[in-house]
Design a binder for this molecule. Structure first.
Ligand code: IPE
Ligand code: IPE
Ligand code: MG
Length: 253
């Protein structure tokens, strides 16, 4: 069998096949260590982290990206002390509340990926409001991964498809990589070309497990609150110097 299923090819199709990423996803890590180094509370670190996130959205647009995904709260972050979890929830609300008018005016479409079910009612309302208010925008796409876990997303998607099969709306045979991709929280967004993780940790921590199958990775020894335009540009330059192969043979070989 020499042929490759078309669905497989589609599923790993990059947002931008050549150099220059269209979609960058960031694991914004290191707020706690940034605060500890200054004798501040972890919450103070998260506040500075939110300011860095605001700068990253601007930076992404200045760098000519089309999509930015920010990992803000993982399905595992509920394990943190209740007061920290509460502060992170408040920060999401403040971030959306403060930024929505600008994002809306500048044509940014905002989507929250992750399981919204367990978020409190007010956050759900705000998040749905932000998505609705920006649904018609297409100048730039900002995804906030909140209560997001890659495994959780895959399981929720599998469950949804299983329900469709049980209800007779879907044939098991129609489930392929392309359909699965279209059924994820990221349905409308191409796979990330580049994932950046700050703080020096070199792990995926349950982020975009499906979508990052062929992403390039850049790990930076900078704590997230210190992340600036120069770090962002350097990560893109690193990406631009690489050759992606998607399992094929490199152009230079
Ligand atoms: C990232 O910073 C923010 C979240 C995970 C919510 P951390 O809070 O994980 O910071 P460190 O890793 O403890 O320094
Ligand atoms: C990943 O960072 C999650 C976010 C940045 C939101 P963590 O700090 O939670 O990851 P681990 O625990 O070090 O793997
Ligand atoms: Mg961390």
């Amino acid at each position: 069998m020499a042929s490759t299923p078309a669905a497989g090819k589609e599923a790993v199709a990059p947002a931008s096949p050549n150099n220059s990423p269209a979609h960058v996803a960031i694991i914004m890590d290191g707020n706690g260590r940034w605060a500890a180094a200054r004798g501040l509370t972890r919450s103070a670190g998260h506040r500075e982290g939110a300011a860095a996130a605001r700068r990253a959205v601007e930076g992404a647009r200045d760098l000519g990206l089309k999509y930015l995904t920010l990992y803000s709260f993982s399905t595992e972050n509920w394990r943190r002390p209740a007061s920290e979890v509460r502060d992170l929830m408040l920060l999401l609300r403040k971030f959306i509340g403060d930024e929505l008018p600008t994002l809306k005016r500048e044509g940014v479409r905002v989507t929250i990926i992750g399981d919204k079910k367990n978020l409190d009612a007010e956050i759900k309302l705000l998040v749905n409001h932000a998505e609705r208010e920006t649904a018609g925008n297409s100048a730039f796409f900002l995804q906030i991964a909140f209560n997001y876990g890659g495994r959780d997303e895959i399981v929720r998607t599998a469950k949804k498809l299983a329900e469709d099969v049980a209800a007779g709306r879907l044939k098991p045979d129609s489930i392929d990589e392309a359909l699965f991709t279209r059924s994820l929280d990221t349905a409308a967004i191409p796979d990330p070309d580049l994932v950046i993780r700050t703080s020096g940790e070199k792990r995926i921590s349950n982020f975009l497990l499906w979508q990052a199958a062929y992403a390039e990775w850049v790990f930076l020894d900078v704590l997230w609150p210190d992340f600036d335009a120069a770090h962002f540009a350097a990560a893109i330059a690193d990406f631009n110097a690489r050759e992606r192969r998607f399992g094929g043979v490199g152009a230079t070989l």
